[in-house]
Unconditional design. Structure first.
Length: 309
């Protein structure tokens, strides 16, 4: 069985991609990894990732262009905050029979590709607690009012930054049909926090793939993985979820700017520095915040903690 990992990136996220690849290769030097270009500015990162980590660039760039054109044709130019995120859907058509997709604002703490073993029983996997916050950032209550999905089905919503599946379960025509369905019903989706592709991908998976498994529902519970979670504890170069005393599988800074002072900055910085052959990070130190900005940040932190309780 041909397995691999896809990422999506451009030259603006070189530091993030290096930290992610350092963490992957620390545990796994062999699994092939393919980068899907986020836009036309990807040649520098492609060269770095190929030279130091053996990452290949996605070959069928014509498909990616076709997908982007169809997306714009269907939704127009103002529907999504970051429409190029949809390029990750090229995963369904690449060379891997089974694949993981991983966002670059993630570091992993294990041989992450082994999670594809769940595909022996299921057709789609994810690994997060997005569902614990309800349907926010994915759907509006309208999907339940109109019986588009049941209350049970929406418990399978997931974060679009980490997921895995099998080649060709979604066809190109499936993508275009889903685009049309979603464009006809924008009232079904929650784009209030600029989540871009996540609502549409969730709609597609719930409609098209019935055999799904969220790894956090495994027997014996599973750790969290969002960097906004306050109770993770460092033990060396990994984190533990103190509520269940289990090591994290990965950490995702979804919605959080990775910079000095952000949650678990020291962990990210450790993985960014793991390859001494590469120059140090270019992420700048943020400007000193005034009293009002500190008050806003404290309020956001308190809200994040309430969400995790």
């Amino acid at each position: 069985m041909n397995r691999g990992i896809y990422i999506i990136a451009n030259d603006k996220v070189i530091d993030h991609a290096i930290a992610l690849l350092n963490s992957i290769r620390l545990h796994d030097t062999e699994t092939p990894i393919i980068m899907i270009p986020y836009d036309e500015n990807y040649h520098r990162i492609a060269d770095i990732l190929n030279t130091y980590y053996g990452v290949q660039t996605y070959e069928d760039l014509d498909f990616i262009d076709r997908l982007s054109h169809k997306l714009h044709e269907t939704f127009g130019g103002k529907f999504f905050a970051r429409p190029n995120q949809f390029r990750k859907q090229a995963c369904w058509f690449g060379p891997f029979d089974e694949f993981l997709y991983i966002d670059t604002d993630i570091v992993v703490f294990e041989k992450i590709v082994d999670n594809l073993n769940y595909l022996n029983k299921y057709d789609f996997i994810c690994c997060d607690y997005q569902h614990s916050g309800g349907i926010k950032n994915v759907f509006s209550p309208k999907v339940l009012e109109d019986k588009v999905f049941t209350n049970t089905e929406v418990k399978d919503i997931f974060n679009g930054g980490f997921w895995g599946s099998k080649k060709s379960l979604i066809s190109e025509q499936d993508l275009y049909e889903i685009f049309s369905e979603c464009a006809a019903h924008p009232e079904y989706f929650d784009f209030s926090e600029k989540t871009s592709d996540q609502p549409i991908i969730n709609y597609m998976l719930l409609k098209r793939i019935k055999s799904r498994f969220n790894i956090v529902r495994r027997e014996g519970k599973a750790p969290g993985n969002w960097a906004g979670t306050p109770h993770f504890q460092s033990q060396g170069d990994i984190l533990f979820d103190s509520k269940i005393n289990q090591p994290l599988q990965y950490l995702h800074w979804a919605g959080i700017r990775i910079q000095p002072g952000c949650p678990y900055w020291e962990i990210w910085e450790h993985y960014r520095r793991l390859n001494p052959s590469l120059p140090p990070s270019t992420i700048p130190t943020p400007e000193t915040k005034n009293q009002w900005q500190h008050m806003v940040e404290n309020l956001k932190s308190q809200l994040r903690q309430l969400k995790t309780k």
